[in-house]
Design a protein around this ligand. Structure first.
Ligand code: APR
Length: 235
């Protein structure tokens, strides 16, 4: 730990599970309830925009009733107290890292609480529904879509993520199944760039074999104790 200064953290749906937000691939998860092809691709949106908008309207409404859990709060504490470099790259589209107080957060798969105007390419904070085709607050066109990276679209800010990875001494993955690229490949890239790698997950993931160390358990327990450990080495 003594030689660790820059940390990159990747979070996935598992960190928000104990806040009551469904994961995607656990039993009963979102992709058991809905077909990806029906709600999470640009083709689905072109084919049946009402279905897609209704799906995301429900999810946007639901996340606003949820609260950060001890894992989000522990990462927010790390963000406040860690004097070295830190980037929390999240695949999650909820805002629980921010509501817990974390600031060094990058949403690579977009955000539920943003709407993206396909007419003027601006993003606006959006907490209500999109199903009635509201006008874009910037250009006035009724062309808003969820600001979510769908399958087949390019995740956001990959250059910033790899810039942080190049300087990272430690890469930590929390609550993600490692099923979706490019995030699933970060551990391998972090390793080849020289970082130590740690996985915190409820169960072994598809990528567990690629990590130097895997700790199994609920994020609400594993993350606070790991953060205590890291911060105690700093002091
Ligand atoms: N604590 C820690 N880990 C947990 C917990 C918990 N309480 N509950 C579940 N997990 C773990 C599961 O064991 C699983 O490995 O979290 C992981 C969740 O995996 P997924 O549902 O596949 O979610 P994620 O990895 O974030 O999905 C990646 O897929 O559909 C897309 O865009 C979507 O960003 C998402 C991406």
């Amino acid at each position: 730990m003594a030689d660790i200064r820059n940390i990159v953290i990747l979070t996935g749906a598992g960190i928000s599970a104990e806040s009551g937000i469904d994961t995607f691939r656990d039993a009963g998860g979102l992709w058991e309830q809905h077909r990806v092809e029906d709600v999470a691709t640009p083709e689905a949106f072109a084919r049946d925009p009402d279905l897609v908008l209704r799906f995301y309207d429900m999810r946007r409404e639901a996340i606003q009733t949820k609260a950060p859990n001890p894992a989000h709060r522990a990462l927010a504490r790390l963000d406040r107290e860690w004097e070295g470099g830190l980037l929390i790259v999240t695949q999650n589209v909820d805002d629980l890292h921010e509501r817990a107080g974390a600031e060094r957060v990058l949403h690579m798969h977009g955000e539920h609480l943003n709407a993206w105007c396909t007419a003027c390419d601006t993003r606006s904070r959006w907490t209500g529904p999109l199903i009635d085709r509201p006008d874009c607050p910037t250009c006035g066109e009724p062309c808003l879509r969820p600001d979510i990276v769908w399958f087949g679209e390019m995740p956001y800010r990959m250059e910033d993520i790899y810039a942080a990875m190049r300087g990272a001494h430690l890469f930590v993955s929390i609550g993600t199944s490692g099923a979706v690229y490019p995030a699933a490949g970060f551990v391998r890239d972090a390793r080849s760039l020289g970082a130590k790698t740690l996985e915190l997950n409820l169960e072994r993931s598809q990528r567990s074999g690629w990590f130097d160390e895997t700790r199994l358990g609920p994020a609400s327990e594993l993350v606070p104790s790991w953060v205590d450990e890291v911060l105690s080495q700093q002091n």
